[in-house]
Design a protein around this ligand. Structure first.
Ligand code: FPP
Length: 224
């Protein structure tokens, strides 16, 4: 059985779910947050060490301002109301991406990271204003500036995920099969699961089914 250390998720389909069920994309994001909480619980139950959630990409700035503001408000409330509980559960929160939000959200994010820094049961990497191409280009630029040899080992030092093992599993909900500029380097050997369900419909049972399937896959890493 394969060991499972790291699950990464592209939480797609909030907007479609919201429009279909509540006539509002933002209602879909609100429902999506409930799924986030359920999946965090299930990740703890499964003793998985790392969970990476794609919450906002560098491309998501193209969305209407009203939707962006709603998402950031949701995140602010989540951090304000939930951080103590996450901390008590020995969860570490780390942001991957560039923190260039409002000063209120930036400081809430920094505070949450600082508070939970030493926790070791589960690390949640929240990808916010994250883009894999930007991450890779920045890492190459640092290598060039420092005149370091271009090697996988050196490049890795400058990725936002430098201390995190690569994901074993990538899940994308929402019935779309693409990577959307997410962890392009880190997903090189991940097992990928595309789910038809929209993110607000995804539940613990679906998650456990994927985990069970993953555990029985023969992982070859190019070997036979
Ligand atoms: C993609 O669905 C989802 C997002 C861009 C936002 C993800 C946010 C959440 C799950 C809730 C907030 C999370 C936290 C941690 C506060 P989409 O809007 O692209 O859906 P669509 O493809 O149906 O339009």
């Amino acid at each position: 059985m394969n060991p499972l250390n790291h699950v990464a998720i592209i939480m797609d389909g909030n907007g479609r779910w919201g429009l279909k069920n509540k006539n509002s994309r933002n209602a879909g994001h609100k429902a999506g947050l409930i799924t986030v909480e359920k999946i965090i619980k299930a990740t703890l139950k499964n003793n998985i060490r790392y969970l990476t959630l794609y919450a906002f990409s560098t491309e998501n700035w193209k969305r209407p301002k009203k939707e962006i503001n709603f998402l950031f408000n949701l995140l602010e409330n989540f951090l304000t109301n939930r951080i103590d509980e996450l901390h008590k559960q020995n969860i570490k929160l780390q942001i991957i991406g560039v923190k260039n939000f409002s000063s209120k959200l930036n400081s809430l994010l920094r505070l949450a990271e600082k508070k939970t820094y030493k926790n070791g049961k589960l690390q949640i990497n929240l990808a916010l204003n994250y883009g894999s191409k930007f991450e890779l280009m920045s890492a190459f630029k640092i290598l060039k500036k420092k005149k370091e040899k271009i090697s996988e080992k050196n490049l890795r030092k400058y990725l936002q995920t430098k201390d995190i093992p690569d994901p074993d599993i990538l899940i994308r909900t929402g019935n779309t099969k693409r990577l959307s500029n997410f962890l392009l380097w880190q997903l090189a050997y991940s097992e990928i699961f595309f789910e038809r369900k929209l993110w607000p419909e995804f539940n613990e049972k679906d998650y456990n089914k994927i985990i069970k399937k993953f555990k029985n896959i023969k992982r070859n890493y190019g070997n036979i």
